[in-house]
Design a protein around this ligand. Structure first.
Ligand SMILES: [Zn+2]
Length: 140
């Protein structure tokens, strides 16, 4: 699977998750699937209802609204992103355990050690596999 995203979209995700610090932030990326390529078109942002820096919670109704909007737009659910305010950009045990669907990628933005790092993973039952982030130009 190839994860395609524009520099502008990456910046938007980093800005949003940074703005929510010290809380963990989360959202959904939707877009097109073309063969091996997953192409991000839209960014959906959630408020962390727990106001926690280590856990995240969004009510099911809020997630359902976003999912129904994605369906209406004929978009596909490509990835779920969340931030690690102080941990490295590596999926935690909980991240892997509660990941919904192996077809949906996991994007993690880390602000550990005052550095911004963003990584993408494919999550299977008990493991994670890093998936390359291909930054594409807006027009392509
Ligand atoms: Zn995590």
């Amino acid at each position: 699977m190839k994860f395609n995203i524009t520099k502008e979209q990456l910046r938007e995700i980093v800005e949003f998750t940074h703005q929510e610090l010290p809380c963990e932030a989360c959202g959904i990326l939707s877009g097109e699937i073309s063969g091996e390529n997953l192409i991000v078109k839209r960014i959906w942002k959630f408020k962390n209802e727990l106001n926690s820096s280590s856990r995240f919670y969004v009510s099911k109704e809020k997630v359902d609204i976003v999912i129904s909007n994605i369906n209406k737009l004929n978009d596909h659910l490509i990835a779920i992103f969340h931030s690690h305010p102080t941990a490295l950009a590596i999926p935690s045990y909980q991240d892997i355990k509660y990941h919904l669907d192996p077809k949906v990628l996991m994007v993690i933005v880390s602000f550990a050690k005052n550095k911004t790092d963003i990584k993408c993973y494919q999550i299977t039952e008990n493991e994670y596999l890093e998936c390359e982030i291909l930054t594409v130009n807006q027009d392509s």
